[in-house]
Ligand binder design. Structure first.
Ligand code: ATP
Ligand code: MG
Length: 556
């Protein structure tokens, strides 16, 4: 699915191109990625990262990483560290690492400036009173009784707010705009609130904190951000963004909005992801079922596959829902090129090759990746007793079963053709052991048997097998679109999102695998070694199946 024709520009690229053609921004464009450090980044943030960094890369600009840390209640240094790790891992380098909290003093000065211009006032109204004053979208609001305080009184009160003279909620600073404005965000919005809470960076230096709307645009402006890109729900904030910049007469950053990424069968807001973690529905932010960057990484997704996904979905102006299978398609495509093929038996049953010499071991050289001719070969030991996949044998096979059954012939991958001549059952009717004869002249690569078999199955030599645990993951939610569910999403958790296979046998070469390394278990899917692995016990995560079985299930 490689695109050979040049891709047309997305609407943001068109805007930048026009700006540059008109001679604006001769120093180059400047974008920023502004996460609030109140959780781990998710795939939606990856979209924003790729977009912001991608625009700057494409048009010769720069991108800042700015932590939007104006809410001390929910922010933590642990999140700052994880965000930096994730952005780097995705392959991007920021021009500057910045914090909105760096600007607290300057923002305070800006607020004083607006007070002096009679464009801001201290309001003693309670949160409920302020909400009631707001009016409705169809009716004008009412002015606060504190709206017409003098400039001097406002300055004194605001200084006292900063000095900690008032408890939380006693006063706020509001912009003085228009209580009848058709845009509710312009009806004297809050600029500052009192919070006697320690901040993860400024400690107890401040007890008043700026609101998002007062911090974001001014931070953009101070950094010289030319294109401030955010998601659609902020379009109603844009007039306020422009109003502050205009009244303060500072560098005119501009805000542009695009549709946020919504992914099927999962939730994406950090608040909901935190709920999954806190309620122990998943085993942490990096649980491989999570749509977080750290979860996807642990699951075995590569940075390239995520960037590719973000590129493919494009930049939309309307909200839409992207199917998780597109993300899976992207990782499959990447790993198909890069992952070595190995053999692992997930549901083992014993196979004895009765005419193979006792105690003999052959070191078979099997190619690592037929898609990558430089990947070489590895040694896989073959012996008389093997594990094969239980589903590869049927006592009473239907006609087109090109695997093993009484009398049937099949090739063992990289080894010999065998024919089944006997099997034994357990008391419960399941197959206990399968016996077969091999054709000594049918060895892969030097086959002179003249026999053609349709099926090839994978196997692991029992005396050489390494026992492992395999974790299979499925959709986190059983509903496709969780965007309208609110907190009800917890009722739609897929009870089978994690399945653990604790007696899997893998070929011995996997003892050398490194944490995070991706492999293809042939005929089974792409897997990677989980950090829970120890020298005694390997743990593999299934990244993705070889084919899109989900779509098939749905069509049944
Ligand atoms: P959440 O609701 O998941 O907590 P957020 O928007 O509050 O997300 P921020 O840390 O404020 O998270 O977001 C940082 C940047 O990432 C913002 O510019 C935001 O617009 C963008 N972003 C967040 N979620 C998405 C998404 N699903 N798709 C695209 N961009 C997103
Ligand atoms: Mg946010």
């Amino acid at each position: 699915m490689e695109d050979s024709k040049p891709k047309s520009l997305n609407f943001l690229e068109e805007i930048v191109q026009e700006n540059l053609a008109a001679g604006q921004y001769p120093q180059g464009i400047f974008t920023r990625f502004p996460p609030e450090p109140n959780g781990y980044l998710h795939i939606g943030h990856a979209k924003s990262i790729c977009l912001n960094f991608g625009l700057a890369q494409k048009f010769g600009g720069k991108t800042n990483l700015r932590f939007d840390d104006t809410n001390p209640m929910t922010e933590e240094t642990e999140y700052v560290e994880s965000i930096k790790k994730d952005v780097s891992w995705l392959g991007f380098t920021w021009a500057n690492e910045l914090y909105a909290s760096n600007y607290f003093e300057q923002l305070y000065e800006f607020a004083l400036e607006l007070i002096k211009k009679s464009l801001a006032y201290v309001d003693d109204s309670s949160a409920e009173e302020i909400a009631a004053q707001k009016g409705t979208p169809t009716s004008a609001g009412t002015e606060s009784p504190f709206r017409n305080r003098s400039v001097d009184e406002n300055i004194a009160l605001f200084q006292d707010m900063r000095a900690g003279k008032y408890p939380d909620g006693a006063k706020v600073l509001r912009a003085k705009i228009d209580m009848a404005h058709s845009n509710m965000h312009m009806r004297d919005p809050l600029m500052y609130r009192i919070r006697h809470v320690a901040h993860h960076r400024t400690g107890n230096a401040w007890c008043i904190y700026p609101m998002y709307d007062f911090a974001h645009g001014q931070s953009d402006s101070m950094e010289g951000i030319t294109h401030s890109i955010c998601t659609l729900e902020f379009d109603v904030h844009r007039p306020l963004y422009d109003w502050f910049i205009d009244k303060l007469a500072i560098f005119a950053s501009h805000q542009y909005e695009f549709a946020r990424l919504n992914l099927s069968h999962t939730v994406m807001s950090k608040r909901k992801l935190l709920q999954l973690v806190n309620e122990k529905i998943v085993h942490g932010w990096d649980d491989p079922r999570m749509p977080t960057i750290s979860g996807l990484r642990r699951r075995g997704f590569t940075a390239a596959s995520i960037r590719n996904f973000c590129d493919r979905i494009g930049v939309a102006k309307r909200d839409n829902l992207i199917d998780l299978s597109l993300l899976e398609f992207c990782i499959r495509e990447d790993l198909n090129k890069s992952a070595d093929r190995v053999m692992a038996v997930l549901d083992p049953v014993k196979l004895v090759i009765t005419n193979y010499p006792d105690g003999q071991v052959e070191d078979l050289a099997i190619e690592n990746n037929p898609e990558d001719l430089d990947s070489g070969k590895r040694i896989v030991p073959f012996s008389k007793e093997l594990y094969i996949e239980r589903e590869d044998f049927m006592v009473d096979p239907p006609k087109k079963f090109f695997r093993l059954g009484p009398g049937l012939l099949v090739r063992l991958k990289g080894a010999y053709i065998i024919q089944c001549d006997h099997f034994e059952l357990n008391p419960d009717g399941s197959v206990k052991e399968i016996h077969a004869q091999y054709l000594p002249n049918s060895k892969s690569g030097q086959d002179t048997s003249g026999i053609h078999v349709k099926g090839t199955i994978h196997w692991v030599s029992i005396p050489h097998a390494v026992e492992a645990e395999v974790r299979l993951f499925d959709r986190l939610l059983i509903v496709e679109d969780a965007s309208e569910l609110g907190d009800d999403f917890l009722k739609f958790i897929n009870p089978d999102s994690l399945q653990v296979l604790d007696k899997v046998y893998v070929e011995p070469s996997l003892r050398e695998a490194e944490i995070g390394e991706a492999v293809q278990f042939i005929r089974k899917g792409y897997y990677c070694l989980d950090p829970d692995s120890t020298a005694e016990r390997l743990v593999f995560n299934r990244t993705v199946t070889l084919k899109d079985t989900w779509a098939k299930e749905q069509n049944k």
